[in-house]
Structure formats: structure tokens, C-alpha cells
Design a protein around this ligand. Structure first.
Ligand code: DGY
Length: 331
């Protein structure tokens, strides 16, 4: 008998077909959002799950699922998973790094440019019939070319963003848990600074750090007050890194120039104050959303699940494991 797995949300049919070669698949192709109770019910008796970043797999859930052996996230971020609880229960956790790096960095750049040059505000202005004549100060923005780019969190996506900055003649500063090797810094033309220096010196600040208790509200009222009044802030990482209420207030009071947000605390809800300020570009968590990349993410999550449940050509060796200690304990 094939092991049973759950795919929590609708996904490319070819991914379901691939999983069905090895598993009895409960596929939720009708795409109903599964709350905690529904997730618990649908996961009963399952050996594995292909989850997405909105599915909370926590210690309580794990404690009632003795047969669960693999949780495979279709996302590089995994703050939705209680990794220590999964590890303690001997459950493999995986994510989807690398395949989304360039697509996410492209989108980060799009959001940065739209924010600095007020692209969505300008379109709303035009569509509302407000464009009557040219004027010297109509919808003026701030420049990217030749400015200072700050990157908070210098992992794969941060580095891909830094590479893009070269074409814009930017000075690149970064802050990270650990400083990059000198050769990497040189190749990126990026300089390590303290968080305070990053806040004070950046003309544009990009957030690409992982979310967890240590990065909760890493950008709040205090940090916003340390930024230039002409600066922009872009959050590509996770909601909760920015205190959205404090940001809305800073934007309204023009304490920073503008913000671009792809992620929100408590999404898909958006803090109501953000919806009433004009100098913010808002997008619904789509940074990795190109067809090619979403397929690659889904296939990688499926490959992880197949291998983690000891099937397929890479049996026992999932390509991107978060808690490697579980794999070594299994050997
Ligand atoms: C990721 O991969 O972490 C993206 O944010 C999609 O959830």
C-alpha cells in the first residue's frame, strides 16, 4: 500500500501526478484554505505533507500526528513550521531555497523602483482623471541611480539584490547576523555596517532577513526615526519584521519618503492604516510568483517529500532539508 500524503493547497497538476506515482494523494485541488482544525483532520493518518507558508505546523499539531514523517514547505521561508518540535518528533522538514532567488530579487527591484518613483500612485492619479497638465513637481520621486542601497539580511536573495545594484551605480551597505567572507563582499561590492549605520545611511533599505522572535518588529518606530526622511523601505521577507502600524504612521507623517510591501503581519489581512496612506506600494506576497519559479518550487517540494519518505531516485536524500539531524538520526 502506498503511504498517504496531503497537499494542503491547489498546485500544478503535473506535481500531483508526480506525487501520485509514489503516494495516495489527498490533494485539496479545490483550494479550500485549511484552518488548524481542518489541517489536523486532513493530516490524520498521513505520512507527509506538502505545505505552503500559510500552513502553521506547530507543536500541538505534531503531538497528535504520530505517523507524520515529513513536512515539505513550498517556500524558502519556514517560520510557519515549529522546527524544534518537528525535529524532536523525528519529522523531516524541508524548504525550497535557490530556485526562487533570482525571481524574488527581480520582484524586489520592481517594488523598489515602483516605490521610489511612485509608479502605482501615478497610475491611480491618471486613472482618476487627475492628469490635466504637465507640472514640474507632479509625482516627483527619489533616484535609485548613484544612491546608497541598504540590505538587511544578506543571504541568497540579499546577494542577488546587491548584484542588481551594480547596474545602478549604487553604493551597497549591508547588515547580517554574520559578515560575509571578504571575497564575497568584494564580488558584490558590498560593505558590512552596523544596523544603526545601515538605517542612517541608506537611501533605500531592503528587508530580506528571515522572520523569527529575534527579528519580530526589527523595524519599528525607533528604527524608522533613524532613517533619512528621503529614504524608502521595501519588505520582501515576512510580515512581522516591520511594525506595520508604526510604518503607516511614519509614512503619513512623511518621516520616510515611501515604502513597498509584499508581506504583512497577519496576511492576507493588511493593517487598515496602510490602506489609507498614498506613499506605499502594496502587493499580495507575490515576489516568487513567476510561472517558471512557482513550478520549480512545487517540484522541489515534491522531490523533497518523495525522498524524505524514502521513495524515488533520491530516496532518503531530500535535496533541501532544514533539520539535517533528523536525517542523520534515521541512518
Ligand atoms: C518564500 O518562499 O518564502 C516566499 O515568501 C513564498 O512564501
Amino acid at each position: 500500500m502506498k503511504p498517504s500524503i496531503l497537499v494542503t493547497r491547489a498546485i500544478f497538476p503535473e506535481v500531483i501526478e508526480r506525487l501520485a506515482q509514489y503516494f495516495d494523494v489527498d490533494d485539496n485541488q479545490q483550494d479550500a484554505v485549511l484552518d488548524a482544525a481542518a489541517l489536523k483532520a486532513r493530516l490524520a493518518g498521513k505520512a507527509g505533507v506538502l505545505a505552503n507558508a500559510a500552513d502553521r505546523i506547530d507543536a500541538d499539531l505534531v503531538s497528535v500526528l504520530p505517523g507524520l514523517r515529513a513536512v515539505c514547505n513550498m517556500a524558502v521561508g519556514y517560520n510557519n513550521l515549529d522546527v524544534p518540535a518537528l525535529t524532536a518528533a523525528g519529522i523531516v522538514a524541508t524548504n525550497t531555497p535557490d530556485v526562487l532567488t533570482e525571481t524574488t530579487a527581480d520582484f524586489g527591484w520592481a517594488l523598489l523602483m515602483a516605490t521610489a518613483r511612485r509608479v502605482t500612485e501615478a497610475e491611480h492619479y491618471l486613472r482618476a482623471g487627475k492628469w490635466q497638465r504637465w507640472s514640474y513637481d507632479m509625482l516627483v520621486g527619489v533616484d535609485l541611480y548613484g544612491s546608497t542601497l541598504g540590505i538587511l539580511g544578506m543571504g541568497r536573495i540579499g546577494q542577488a539584490l546587491a548584484r542588481r545594484a551594480a547596474g545602478f551605480g549604487m553604493t551597497v551597505l549591508y547588515h547580517n547576523r554574520s559578515q560575509l567572507p571578504e571575497a564575497t563582499e568584494r564580488s558584490l561590492n558590498a560593505r558590512y555596517v552596523s544596523k544603526a549605520e545601515l538605517l542612517e545611511q541608506s537611501d533605500h533599505l531592503l528587508l530580506v532577513l528571515p522572520y523569527g522572535p529575534e527579528s519580530h518588529h526589527a523595524i519599528g518606530a525607533t528604527e524608522l526615526s533613524q532613517m533619512k526622511s528621503t529614504a524608502t523601505l521595501v519588505n520582501l521577507a515576512r510580515g512581522g519584521i516591520v511594525d506595520d502600524a508604526a510604518l503607516a504612521k511614519a509614512l503619513r507623517e512623511k518621516r520616510i519618503f515611501a515604502a513597498g510591501l509584499d508581506v504583512f503581519e497577519g496576511e492576507p489581512r493588511v493593517h487598515p492604516d496602510l490602506l489609507t496612506v498614498p506613499n506605499v506600494v502594496l502587493t499580495p506576497h507575490i515576489a516568487s510568483a513567476s510561472e517558471k519559479t512557482r513550478k520549480a518550487m512545487a517540484m522541489l517540494a515534491a522531490d523533497n517529500l518523495i525522498a524524505a519518505l524514502d521513495a524515488g531516485p533520491q530516496a532518503g536524500q531530500p535535496p533541501s532539508v532544514i533539520n539535517l539531524e533528523v536525517m542523520s538520526r534515521r541512518r
